[in-house]
Ligand binder design. Structure first.
Ligand SMILES: Nc1nc2c(ncn2[C@@H]2O[C@H](COP(=O)(O)OP(=O)(O)OP(=O)(O)O)[C@@H](O)[C@H]2O)c(=O)[nH]1
Ligand SMILES: [Mg+2]
Length: 401
């Protein structure tokens, strides 16, 4: 059962966190990605969260009725709820209650494959747990299943008190540090080779892995799931026009309102993006919330210190667009405005990773970027973009009215 609460949009809401999705589509996809089946969606409207229940008591009763009607086993909130609210809601509703953060952690836990990925997930979960550890466990011991319970920290961990969790956090950080040290040694070795490094970044489900596969003809797991990819995969890609290979990395997808701690915990994975010479920022051109997703990715990139790395914007899934929504040419240039800076001139390529359309143009741009021909960085007059493209300059993506 999915619940979203609309608090109205504050007039000067600079920070995208707390953004409201009236459709709850993303929460539904997240739930499905975690292996659940959404049975009902509820939207509540409030001025401010109720201190005890997050929603009003009338709404809580309504949710309870729906839970019983649909025999829902968990209630998922799109917004972050406090441990106390969660506790109270579970009492009223009679089923486990979780929020978006817990759900994302659950998915991460299910997906993590590498040693490092598992350690990162464990760290993120422990940190999440530590913030919510207020003797809440006794009433849950009788229950089984539910988000955050399944295969997660497990019953044993429920008994851990804060001090033990803190100790585990410390130990996990140590182990992680060791693994990361090995990795950065490998990375330095790679860097010394002088290979041009390209990293795929973008919102979750934008098609990064599909594009990765199409470009390197590998078989990385791609699926209509959020966070299908958790561990970074790196392959060598031969660029015929350049007669050289570059290294291409597929990375974890971004998502709005990703808890800050989680981003910190995933920094090692995202380090790949930070160390890249070029970012292929993959966008789902068919998404109705494309602008928000673009902005969120830029925000996370800034957070991890990757805002200044040159980008090629890849507008993927062109095959899903209606004829009149499609751009007239496969390439144009836009100006990205990065946190107060003058602007970065950035090529925008329109492709379909599925049909292969536009991939040749993308490869050409990769070659240009590798040769330093893409006039990225601050606009200073020198290195203007190619003539034929300069005429279609747009501040904002024109497709998707
Ligand atoms: N129609 C269409 N579907 C696409 C295209 N590219 C990817 N998809 C689909 O979009 C879904 C997500 O693709 P992925 O490649 O897994 O996306 P991702 O960005 O790697 O996602 P995460 O790893 O989960 O962050 C899959 O169902 C793909 O088949 C495309 O060009 N056209
Ligand atoms: Mg992927």
């Amino acid at each position: 059962m999915l619940v979203g609460v609309d608090f109205g949009r504050p007039a000067n809401n600079a920070h995208p966190s707390g953004s409201f999705d009236p459709t709850l589509d993303e929460l539904a996809l997240l739930a499905e990605s975690a292996g659940d089946t959404p049975v009902a969606r509820v939207i509540a409207k409030r001025q401010a969260p109720d201190a005890a229940l997050f929603v009003g008591s009338g709404k809580a009763d309504e949710i309870k009725l729906l839970v019983q009607t649909h025999q829902a086993h968990t209630v998922l909130f799109d917004q972050a709820i406090s441990p106390a609210q969660q506790r109270n809601l579970e009492k009223v509703l009679g089923v486990p209650v979780a929020d978006r953060t817990a759900l994302i952690l659950e998915i991460f836990a299910q997906r993590a494959k590498s040693h490092e990925g598992k350690l990162q997930v464990e760290l993120a979960r422990l940190q999440y747990l530590a913030t919510r550890l207020v003797r809440r466990w006794s009433h849950l011991e009788r229950q089984s299943g539910g988000i955050g319970m399944r295969g997660g920290p497990g019953e044993a961990q429920i008994e851990l008190d804060r001090r033990m969790i803190d100790e585990r956090i410390k130990a996990t950080k140590e182990r992680l540090k060791k693994v990361q040290k090995q990795r950065s040694t490998q990375q330095r070795a790679r860097a010394r080779n002088g290979v041009f490094r390209v990293s795929l970044v973008g919102y979750t489900n934008a098609g990064k892995s599909t594009l990765f596969n199409a470009l390197v003809k590998a078989r990385t797991y791609a699926a209509n799931q959020l966070f299908a990819t958790l561990d970074t995969t790196t392959r060598s890609m031969f660029l015929e026009q350049a007669g050289e290979s570059i290294s291409l990395s597929d990375t974890v997808g971004f998502i709005r309102d990703l808890p800050h701690k989680l981003v910190a915990a995933f920094q090692a994975t995202l380090q790949e993006a930070v160390d890249a010479d070029l970012l292929l920022h993959v966008v789902d051109a068919a998404s109705p919330v494309l602008e928000e997703q673009l902005a969120e990715v830029e925000r996370v990139l800034a957070e991890i210190g990757a805002a200044d790395i040159p980008q090629i914007l890849v507008y993927n899934k062109q095959d899903m667009l209606a004829e009149d929504q499609r751009p007239r040419q496969p390439l144009d240039w836009i100006e990205r405005h990065e946190s107060g800076k003058t602007g970065m001139r950035t090529p925008r390529v329109f492709v379909s990773a599925l049909t292969g359309e536009g991939l040749d143009v993308l490869r050409e741009q990769l070659v240009a970027a590798m040769r330093g021909e893409i006039p990225q960085g601050l606009i200073s007059g020198e290195g203007a973009p190619p003539e034929e493209a300069a005429s279609v300059e747009t501040e904002h993506p024109p497709i998707q009215a």
